[in-house]
Design a protein. Structure first.
Length: 253
């Protein structure tokens, strides 16, 4: 539309200008205003990873000691990211920085919000990854939950949304190894999508499509999610897909 309008009023120059403006509008609609400039992707990727590893260290130390399970979770993440030895050293340094009791995360999240805060999904993806780490052992320590609630607030999420995200992440994890066959699996599936049995088929479909859209690889890369982390987003999308498939099957949709 921008090309046609530009050409109609200003000729070839107008068409080029319309194309440029139209592409900016398309990026803003798809990625949020923070994702309008693709030249800032490298900066958003760097800030995202920095914030994540600092936060992982802070979470690991929240209950007073860094457990072997938390260290293993961080190491597994670095393996999945395929980090070079140099980047691995940097990630470990950031993790240790966050784990230092004297370190405050205020400046970390102020920087994250200034660089990534206006992108459409990066804030929620970051929070979901941190919740997944905190719930890796099946439970959340009260100190970890308190820190996550503070992080959620800094990212602009209210407490109701935060509690719903925890519930969804916990239940999505039940589908990590495939579709479970337990009697409670259907209840887990509804919670994984953030819906209930009382929701209509259309409401459930909308919730599913919204979640899947949040983990769409092209959209996340366009917003600045590091490409190496797309595999993690794909795993989350698979869990959501399996939960939705189970609901569809139970409803004969």
């Amino acid at each position: 539309m921008g090309v046609v309008a530009g050409f109609y009023f200003f000729g070839l120059f107008g068409a080029l200008l319309g194309l440029f403006i139209g592409s900016i509008i398309d990026r803003a609609r798809a990625y949020g205003t923070g994702g309008m400039n693709p030249l800032q992707n490298a900066l958003r990727q760097s800030v995202f990873l920095e914030t994540m590893f600092i936060s992982m260290g802070k979470l690991a130390k929240a209950d007073g000691q860094v457990s072997q399970g938390e260290i293993a979770h961080a190491e597994l993440l670095m393996q999945k990211l395929g980090m070079t030895p140099e980047h691995r050293v940097q990630a470990i340094a950031l993790f240790k920085q966050g784990a230092d009791p004297a370190f405050a995360i205020e400046s970390t999240y102020a920087r994250f919000m200034s660089v990534c805060g206006r992108t459409r999904h990066l804030k929620q993806v970051l929070l979901v990854y941190l919740i997944a780490m905190a719930t890796a052992d099946g439970d959340i320590h009260p100190a970890e939950e308190g820190l996550l609630a503070d992080i959620a607030r800094r990212l602009g999420f209210d407490q109701t949304t935060f509690r719903q995200l925890i519930d969804m992440v916990l239940n999505q994890a039940h589908f990590a190894a495939g579709q479970p066959s337990t009697e409670a699996a259907l209840d887990d599936a509804y919670k994984a999508l953030g819906v209930t049995k009382d929701n209509t088929d259309q409401e459930i479909k909308r919730a599913y499509r919204k979640l899947i859209s949040q983990y769409h690889p092209d959209k996340l890369i366009g917003q600045g999610l590091p490409e190496d982390m797309i595999a993690l987003a794909s795993e989350k999308a698979k869990e959501i897909q399996l939960a939705h498939d189970l609901i569809e099957k139970s409803r004969n949709i």
